[in-house]
Ligand binder design. Sequence first.
Ligand SMILES: Nc1ncnc2c1ncn2[C@@H]1O[C@H](COP(=O)(O)OP(=O)(O)OP(=O)(O)O)[C@@H](O)[C@H]1O
Length: 256
Amino acid sequence: MVSIVAEHVGVELAGRPVVRDVSAAFRPGSFVGILGPNGAGKSTLVRALLGLVPASGLVRIGEAPLNDLTRRQIARKVAYLPQGQALHWPLSVERLVALGRLPHLTPYSRIGADDREAIARAMALAEVDMLAGRIATELSGGERARVLLARALAVEASALIADEPLASLDPAHQLQGMEILRGQADSGKLVLAVFHDLNLAMRFCDRLLVLDAGRLVADGPPETVLTPQLLADVYGITAAFGGAGQRLVVPLERMR
Ligand SMILES: Nc1ncnc2c1ncn2[C@@H]1O[C@H](COP(=O)(O)OP(=O)(O)OP(=O)(O)O)[C@@H](O)[C@H]1O
């Protein structure tokens, strides 16, 4: 199992600092949520953790500095579900999920029995078996999101980074998505995911990070991170807290 460590990570895009001096260590077996307003730098931070955007500071995956790893090595260690990915090729769902096995193949090897088993496990876990024969470009937004989650699960990497995996899912499938991610963490993997749903993040994650204007402004257990003061400072909203352990958050009003 693999950990990911960020030390003083910064990213500039178009000459503007988008992620500023973020340090955090992510351990196997934990489910970490990244929250923050639109444009706070969440996607850019996770892309920096994967080496997909040039960054200052240091990222380590396991013991290895990111820069010492090839793209293929990174892709085998950390599965990535990008935000709102568009699909351009009319592949069957099963073939799309099979792309999750690419990091394990060489240009000369073919999909084997192990790969087929991993694909079947991922499709069963994401409950997309019934879509197997469908053409991926013809799916609804929510169906596509679940198939792309299955593709990320098919990697069977030690860590999974998911950027807004719940976007376009109905409430039942949002819960299913969170249960899957929770299950992955409970099986010993590191799960790092970007969310906007405060309630689901509060309920399912072990730890929450909050980014605001590129800076890490909170990092800790959900109930200590998501406070009325933080919601006011970061999102500019008032919210009511209730339910067991005050883990139900209802955004009430914008303050500005
Ligand atoms: N390629 C780019 N060139 C210039 N600026 C960019 C680029 N990509 C993102 N940005 C800017 O960087 C900032 C952070 O973007 P990022 O996508 O990381 O935010 P986010 O927190 O994931 O937002 P959201 O919740 O809206 O998805 C934003 O202001 C965005 O406009």
